[in-house]
Design a protein around this ligand. Structure first.
Ligand code: LRH
Ligand code: MN
Length: 427
């Protein structure tokens, strides 16, 4: 199936209205003294990595209901990632999770990706599950376990991920652990953090030149009383202790309700330790819902901080953008396409903010002017810019419509035998 044909066919019908809408928006923006073309160029240049574990149907602790045509291995996951990038043109990078994506031949996997215009972005280790045949269990932790032999096993796994990443052309390694306790007294807070840092130092020492290490904090789950790396402050302390190749990754779903995440972003930018993001959205906990689906204004405010830093050329500002979602009730390809589009939307809207007016409002303590300046950008329908950017990059004007017209899922359902349901868990 050549997705290209469906995209062209689909775009042919949509092109006329797209040009009308694009020209109209161009006139509206010109009245604001804004040229539409640089915004479209920024939309085309935006990049966000797709999680390999996101193209299969996700689940919760209660159940997972696999959909038709589930990818069965990393190669089929890359096939699905290829479709996403052919449609939205901003997702050539794929984050891998080890051992879920452990390849027999790294060279073969790297070549398979390259042949589709894809590359391996960040590596993700997994010491939050026990693998068949694993010598020591992570039930009571991994990098912070009280047993040095368990910590050594977890460090060894992370070093393996980094070495594999080097062979695959990845440039960063992401460490998230679920270590913590469920009851008061179960974990010694200070000693657990010391053990965490000792293990991270051993992993950091294995980083090749040009490789960055991202550590990911999370308030809770799977531990429900205390989590060793629970917040951005602890993460910042650790990355500073580790050295210049360590950075703090912000997963939008890893904070207590109502936490001001855009302010955490501004802090980590100012402290020179912002790794990047696992973008998603949530209503309650770490729901891993589609980015921009629940709190689009928060997503815009996060990008407002990122664009402010980008325009001010803050030293060392080089965030890695990644999606990290669990698609329990939607076609994962559709969710990942629409989520990527929502990120580009927030990014372009953030570039629409009249920064001079915003600074004036802030200097004069004119809160009404400041908020109105942000809201003007957030309430601007930049849809024509996003569609024109996709079209100019060879993608689909309406990705979901083109994807559905392609019948890709139906074809894969025929090729890939149905997976029995009933299991639980995120993948
Ligand atoms: C933990 C997390 C982490 C991944 C996992 C799949 O909640 O966000 O980034 O390793 O999800
Ligand atoms: Mn994450």
């Amino acid at each position: 199936m050549v997705i290209r044909e469906f995209v062209d066919e689909h775009n042919r019908k949509a092109l006329e209205w797209l040009h009308q809408d694009y020209d109209h928006l161009g006139r509206q923006l010109r009245r604001r003294g804004v040229d539409i073309e640089p915004l479209t160029a920024r939309a085309m240049a935006f990049r966000v990595a797709v999680p390999s574990w996101g193209v299969g149907t996700g689940g919760t602790r209660f159940a997972r209901f696999p959909g038709p045509g589930e990818p069965r291995n990393v190669f089929e996951k890359l096939d699905d990632c290829d479709v996403i990038d052919k449609m939205v043109r901003v997702t050539p990078g794929i984050s891998l999770h080890i051992p879920w994506d452990e390849p027999e031949s790294p060279a073969e996997l790297k070549a398979y990706a390259a042949a589709r215009g894809l590359f391996i972005d960040s590596m993700n280790s997994n010491t939050f599950q026990d693998q068949p045949g694993q010598e020591r269990s992570y039930k009571f932790g991994s990098l912070t376990h009280t047993d040095a032999a368990v910590r050594a096993q977890a460090v060894e796994h992370n070093v393996h991920c980094i070495e594999l990443g080097k062979k695959l052309g990845a440039r960063s390694h992401t460490v998230w652990i679920g270590d913590g306790g469920n009851f008061p007294g179960q974990v010694h807070f200070r000693r657990a953090l010391e053990r965490y840092l000792e293990s991270l130092r051993a992993i950091y020492a294995a980083l090749p030149d040009g490789f960055r290490m991202f550590i990911e904090h999370k308030l809770c789950e799977p531990a429900f009383y205390s989590t060793v790396l629970n917040d951005w402050g602890t993460s910042y302390y650790c990355t500073r202790e580790l050295g210049p190749k360590a950075f703090s990754l912000v997963d939008l779903g890893h904070h207590a309700p109502n936490v001001n995440i855009e302010m955490i972003v501004a802090r980590l930018v100012q402290l020179g330790k912002l790794a990047g993001f696992h973008f998603n959205d949530s209503k309650y906990g770490d729901d891993d819902l589609d980015a921009g689906s629940i709190k689009p204004f928060q997503l815009f405010l996060v990008f407002n901080e990122l664009v402010d830093a980008e325009l001010e050329k803050v030293p060392g500002f080089d965030p890695a953008y990644m999606l990290d979602q669990s698609h329990n009730v939607t076609d994962p390809i559709e969710s990942l396409m629409t989520s990527a589009v929502e990120l580009v939307r927030a990014y372009v809207q953030a570039h629409l903010v009249d920064r001079a007016a915003l600074a004036e409002g802030q200097e004069r303590n004119d809160a009404v002017l400041a908020l109105a300046t942000l809201k003007q950008a957030f309430t601007t329908d930049v849809g024509p810019i996003l569609a024109m950017a996709r079209h100019r990059a060879g993608g689909a004007i309406d990705p979901v419509a083109a994807y559905r017209a392609s019948g890709y899922r139906r074809t894969k359902a025929g090729e890939r035998p149905a997976v029995a349901g009933g299991g639980a868990g995120i993948v």
